[in-house]
Design a protein around this ligand. Structure first.
Ligand code: HEC
Ligand code: HEC
Length: 312
């Protein structure tokens, strides 16, 4: 391997340590992996996330699988790069509750981390941007490939069951899912209002929080459907527990509200067609990320503790 390749590999390894290290949070209790846990396909398996000191956020933690391929990050699209994104949760009072200064000071005090940053970035006085860069390098390795759907597309007609093939025809045809969930990631990268959570006393404004435009009220980023069978519960508020419930939402044409996407109309799917669509979505689960597990040891004497149980 070339020197550049080795450096990139070391950067990924450093980023992986940081991603799983609870010392990035103020009270050393929460890591990125607490909410993006490989055991739950890099989500937390909960409706909304538990952050530091039991604080609950208002949104469901999306998976980071394939996140490097997304144009905009977060449900409201407020970050454009993984580097930019990673800086947010560290200082979010409901998530890791820390400051960038404290994180850098804490990491610089750990000789093992000092050495790693020195070899990866040739930098003793590393900054929070180097931390974010390493984490992003690790996230770029968390990808999903080789799903039954991909094998079918590549010519292996036995990769999908008959039910899944019927579901595929519905998905790209009568049910019009692919209008928004377009290939290859099964997202158009755009924002739409399905009326999810619109009946709450204080509905989440979604995209409008960023654009300040009423036309964007209640719109959320179309999530990728890659590995969706492993990332329940669903939607920005985690309000739907199963893929069957998601299909029911679409079958009735979304939830009524003033800003509902005009494309959504009652679909008239029968029970068998609904099951076909769910079966098709299960064919989008791939591998690549499945071999990634938490590191077994970290720099420094302190062994970070994990909370890695489902809390749904
Ligand atoms: C307390 C739980 C929690 C922690 C800790 C946390 N996240 Fe998240 N993450 C979330 C939630 C919730 C969202 C969605 C928030 C939103 O859209 O407003 C999210 C969104 C993301 C996204 C965007 C995914 C997409 O499809 O748009 C990425 C990437 C990500 N987090 C990476 C990280 C990294 C890296 C860390 C550590 C530095 C981290 N997260 C720490 C809960 C968490
Ligand atoms: C008008 C665009 C649009 C159409 C058409 C559409 N979706 Fe969606 N889909 C979205 C958006 C936007 C969300 C997130 C909404 C939210 O959280 O409020 C979503 C969420 C989902 C989710 C939840 C994924 C997750 O990780 O939480 C699934 C599953 C899903 N859609 C499947 C389908 C299926 C199946 C169809 C066809 C019956 C379909 N979608 C049609 C835009 C669309």
């Amino acid at each position: 391997v070339s020197a550049a390749e080795k450096m990139e590999r070391d950067k990924v390894e450093l980023g992986k340590l940081l991603f799983f290290d609870t010392r990035l949070s103020a009270d050393r209790s929460i890591s990125c992996a607490s909410c993006h846990n490989p055991q739950f396909a890099f989500t937390d398996g909960s409706r909304v996330s538990d952050g530091i000191r039991g604080h609950q956020g208002k949104r469901n933690a999306p998976t980071i699988i394939n996140s490097s391929k997304l144009k905009l990050l977060f449900w409201d699209g407020r970050a454009a790069t993984l580097e930019e994104q990673a800086l947010g949760p560290m200082v979010n009072p409901l998530e890791m509750g820390n400051t960038h200064e404290v994180i850098v000071t804490r990491l610089r005090d750990i000789s093992g981390y000092r050495d790693l940053f020195a070899s990866v970035f040739a930098e003793m006085n590393f900054t929070i941007n180097h931390v974010a860069e390493a984490i992003a390098a690790f996230e770029r390795t968390v990808v999903s490939e080789n799903s039954p759907f991909d094998r079918f597309r590549a010519g292996d007609t036995s990769a999908l069951s008959e039910r899944q093939q019927r579901g595929m025809t519905l998905f790209f045809g009568k049910a019009r899912c692919s209008v928004c969930h377009s290939e290859p990631l099964f997202t158009d990268g755009r924002f739409h209002n399905l009326g999810v959570g619109a009946d709450k006393p204080l509905p989440d404004d979604g995209r409008a929080e960023i654009t300040k435009d009423v036309i964007d009220r209640g719109k959320f980023k179309t999530p990728s459907l890659r590995d969706v069978a492993s990332t329940a519960p669903y939607m920005h508020d985690g309000g739907l527990a199963t893929l069957e419930e998601v299909i029911d939402l679409y079958n009735r044409g979304g939830n009524p509200n003033p800003n509902l996407n005009p494309r959504l109309r009652a679909l008239g799917l029968d029970e068998s067609e609904k099951a076909d669509l769910v079966a098709f979505m299960r064919s989008l689960s791939g591998d690549g990320w499945r071999c990634i597990a938490a590191p077994t040891s970290f720099p420094g004497n302190e062994v970070p503790r994990y909370t890695m149980a489902p809390r749904q």
